[in-house]
Design a protein. Sequence first.
Length: 396
Amino acid sequence: MIVKNVHKWLPQVILLFGVIFFTPGNSIGQSYASRSELKKEIHLTDELLNETLASEEKSITELLLLSTQIGLREKYLDQLKKEIIQQNEEIGNLNLEICQLESDIHKIKEEYAQTARITYKGFDPENFWLSLFSSENVSEAYYRTVYFRQFSQYRKKQVEQLIRTKTFLANKVYQLQESVNEKAALIEEYGTEEKKVEKTRTKQKQVYHAIRPREEQINKTKVTQKEEIKDKIQHSEKMISFAAAENAPEKKSETYAEAFLKSKGSIPWPIPQAQAIITEHFGKSEDPYGNQIINDGIYFSTRQGQKVRAVFTGKVTGVQKLPLEGGYVVIVEHGNYRTVYANLASSDVEVDQMVTQNQELGTVKTDRRTGETLLNFLIYKYPDQFDDPEKWIMKK
């Protein structure tokens, strides 16, 4: 009878200790990292907007920064939504695990009680010796001794399993409470961020209406500046062509061009990424008033006094001052490619000077009336094929 009972319980022992507790993974940590990066960009736009608060005039840049910030805050809200959904899923999974663990504990207790009853009836010392001495031979006595030992070990393992399961259950309950608290914090932050978005939209409308009367004048000024930059580039190309006519072409220039082309998509920003926001992109687009604009490059909004650096090794072929208060334009040659850095307050380099990647070229100019600090960055292939700089620089 004892042998039969032990054989009946052994598979359950194996099954009991073969249970694997699995906690599903989630991407909340990664989401938080993304949210942290968005927070940094939002903080930067706040800093840049604060630099324009005390200015005499509102600017298109301020309007674009506000639009950029609204976009970033909406992304932030989307990220919060995802995390709230993830927390809901985690809470659901934890509840299921807790229910399963409570069921396991109940089952272990029932099995332990049944084992205790069997032990009390058949495994007390008197029954053990009676069973042992009633064996027909030594072999049967040995196997009965083994079964008695196995049953004793099984009871001990039942107790250990019960303790482990209870500990695991306590941890899961703690995790559940943490997830519930985190979800509540996310919901509260979502409400706060929604209010910030509305506040930014209100500010955007105010700036929009403040600039509207000067819209035509601003657009004319910007078109003039673009034409002036093109004129300076053409002048620089004439000087290069003139020098090339007197000197044999160098293989070194071809090497720079090949290296520059291979670096497409991985060259650094002319301003460190943490210090700048791209407010205008390459090609055709619309300004905040619905006017079509065409940019040959991109515009970086940055802090006052920000230094500009060369994005690649090359030779300075142009350092020219734009009319009136237009600032300087620095042109760097990379074989048959050029990088152009426009709207500098000052230049730290000279024509024919060789520069290395990340070498400082000058300081971005700040408009004293609007408080905006803008760098116009262009890339083109000789003679006049402009390309999107965002295809060349590293992604944020």
